[in-house]
Design a protein around this ligand. Structure first.
Ligand SMILES: Nc1ncnc2c1ncn2[C@@H]1O[C@H](COP(=O)(O)OP(=O)(O)OP(=O)(O)O)[C@@H](O)[C@H]1O
Ligand SMILES: O=P(O)(O)OC[C@H]1O[C@H](OP(=O)(O)OP(=O)(O)O)[C@H](O)[C@@H]1O
Ligand SMILES: [Mg+2]
Length: 330
């Protein structure tokens, strides 16, 4: 198949809900300009300047389904949905990088009134007592049926049954529909409002939005080339966001000092050996300590600048993808 006739690379982008705004901002920062189709019912778009890429606007849940089936090549969605919906997720998709937004924990929560129940081990006792007393199993309501089953089994809680939630999960215990819940929480406000508390060891998953690739999609040469370009831009923005450029002039700068700076601050020198003016790339969180270290050693000034993009030949996100794809399946 030639590149001209190859199907487009499908990039799935959240079109509603909690991830939509942040996902749009994320692509914009990476210099990937999403152009929407014209009609109001047009759920397809393009990336300006890139031929052979189709943007599909979908809900976070639909994005997971399309990545699992291979209908989409890459997409942005929540790890919670990936782990819940795709059995053996790691064999079918690659989580290329967490995106720093859409953070939420999937948790086990019980009524605050259960003062003696603090851990999953306590819950195991409660479950046994509940069954002995009532002759029926304790009810857990959730949309995260698979995550719940797996987690409860690992923690040896077996005496329960799942009541699948159709929404407003947190209200179920007060409404007498279940004894406890498994749901997602960010601020904890909804749990609080429903007088529920998270068990001390009841965090099943710390989720956030991820850039996810489908391993089962048709990865022809054109799709791979487009993925390479898209991922190089995303990595360049990600590196830039977490890196600062530090410039100084330090008499007596030498190899031993450089080794020390590398070990202490994970700096990467950007200037040649023997130059009086030194430039580093430094992790953003270490910049102040590095500046202090340089001034103590005789630097008169240390200039720190934010960067827009840091492109590298290595393209780490693309490498992560390509390592997981079959070698010659063009
Ligand atoms: N507080 C939160 N509650 C739920 N999901 C969150 C929260 N914070 C981040 N997310 C992430 O956003 C994803 C999508 O949730 P979202 O609420 O947007 O969609 P939904 O619940 O399927 O649809 P709806 O738009 O009807 O609420 C979740 O699966 C999760 O990864
Ligand atoms: O810990 P908090 O910050 O209070 O957030 C948690 C709530 O947010 C989500 O619901 P959402 O608002 O997405 O409504 P939904 O149930 O219709 O998806 C989730 O299902 C919880 O109910
Ligand atoms: Mg929701």
């Amino acid at each position: 198949m030639t590149a001209a006739t190859e199907d487009p690379l499908v990039l799935a982008v959240p079109s509603k809900g909690r991830l939509q705004e942040n996902a749009a901002a994320f692509f914009a920062r990476a210099g990937l300009d999403i152009v929407k189709g014209r009609g109001s019912r047009d759920y397809r778009g393009e990336l300006s300047g890139l031929k052979g890429v189709e943007v599909a606007f979908l809900s976070a849940a639909d994005i997971v389904a399309q990545l699992a089936s291979g209908a989409a090549h890459m997409g942005v969605t929540g790890e919670d949905l990936v782990r819940e919906t795709i059995p053996g997720a790691d064999a079918r998709v690659a989580l290329l990088t967490p995106l720093g937004f859409g953070g939420a924990n999937v948790v086990v929560a019980v009524p605050r009134a259960w003062i003696d129940v603090k851990t999953m081990a306590d819950l195991e006792d409660v479950a046994a007592a509940f069954r002995a007393r009532r002759g029926e199993r304790m009810r857990v309501t959730t949309k995260y049926v698979n995550l719940t089953r797996r987690f409860f089994a690992e923690r040896h809680v077996g005496d329960y049954r799942i009541v699948e939630s159709s929404g407003a999960t947190e209200g179920a215990p007060a409404a007498g529909q279940a004894e406890l819940i498994v749901d997602i929480t960010t601020t904890g406000a909804t749990l609080d409002a429903n007088a529920l508390k998270i068990l001390d060891d009841g965090v099943i998953l710390r989720s956030q939005a991820n850039l996810v690739a489908s391993l089962g999609a048709k990865w022809g040469p054109a799709a791979r080339e487009n993925a390479r370009i898209i991922l190089s831009r995303i990595a360049a923005e990600e590196t830039a966001r977490t890196t600062r450029e530090v410039t100084t002039v330090l008499p007596g700068w030498n190899g031993a000092l450089l080794d020390e700076a590398r070990a202490l601050f994970a700096v990467q020198p950007r200037s040649g050996a023997g130059e009086a003016r030194i430039t580093f790339n430094c992790p953003a969180g270490k910049v102040a300590a590095l500046a202090d270290w340089l001034t103590v050693r005789g630097a008169d000034f240390v200039a720190v600048a934010a960067l827009d993009y840091v492109f590298t030949a290595a393209n780490p996100l693309y490498r992560k993808l390509i390592e997981r794809l079959p070698k010659n399946r063009a």
